[in-house]
Ligand binder design. Sequence first.
Ligand code: PBG
Length: 327
Amino acid sequence: MTFPNQRPRRLRTTPAMRRLTAETRLAPAELILPAFIREGLTEPNPITSMPGVVQHTTDTLKRAAAEAVELGLGGIMLFGIPETRDAEGSASLDPDGVLNKAIRDVRAEVGDDLVIMSDVCLDEFTDHGHCGVLDVDGYADNDRTVEIYARMAVAQADAGAHMLGPSGMMDGQIAAIRSALDEAGHLNTSVIAYAAKYASAFYGPFREAVDSQLKGDRRTYQMDAGNRTEAIREVELDLAEGADIIMVKPAMSYLDIVADVAAMSPVPVSAYQISGEYAMIEAAAANGWIDRRAAITESVLGIRRAGAHMVLTYWAAELAGWLQESR
Ligand code: PBG
């Protein structure tokens, strides 16, 4: 009888041994909570396809932000849902518009104790639901849209956002936003660039979350699911334009992209575990088909292991609570 002298299982014998040898750990500080606020609500409004996630009122959003601080989360990413929409998304520029007001309220609540991030994109504000204004052919007009993003960015920075998240995949958006911020004196307002954002079927529940008016898809501006090398091009452009943090989105179907980008990016890399990823796990867990807590933990661990330094996830608060418990 010969015995193998190489026994990797030795390091798996007890929970303490596994804890000692873990290569990847999760911490609340690397989790970012996306949150929705809807204008005119008096009660939080549950999002059916995202059980446990709501459209917030001002009060419940402020409470969620305060809780995020207590849990030690890294940040909160705010999305606003306005009462009225038009072709140009003009409510996005109103200093008292739903998102700008929410930024101000959250900043008053938590100050600098949490990184306040906000979505720079027109899809929540346009009556056609596209991420930009449309030209005569119905094509998202890149350059006109980027001009609006630059003004939106300044309005959000004026309102108190620490970090802006341009998510519309228009070319040159980071450079335009960066120079508008600098000209307005917002030298320290940073940019988390949705650099490699794919046209994904997994955004489905988000459309309900923001009452999206979109018919059709975003394939003329978001990336094709099969493209890998192109992600590097998008990231290099955003880095050259001044991105402070890079994002890959979605996360779970794009872990190779997360790994590629993490290997080349000199700035921190984030990944967004999106609405459909959340909905899938919640639905399977609700059916008793998977262990909910274990599946959530494994999914976020996988995104971190692939190379993301930080993860945007709708489970941020709950997961942080578990991490505090298990210490
Ligand atoms: C665009 C935006 C979207 C998401 C974040 N920002 C929707 C889209 O691109 O269609 C999706 C997030 C999610 O699905 O959780 N403002």
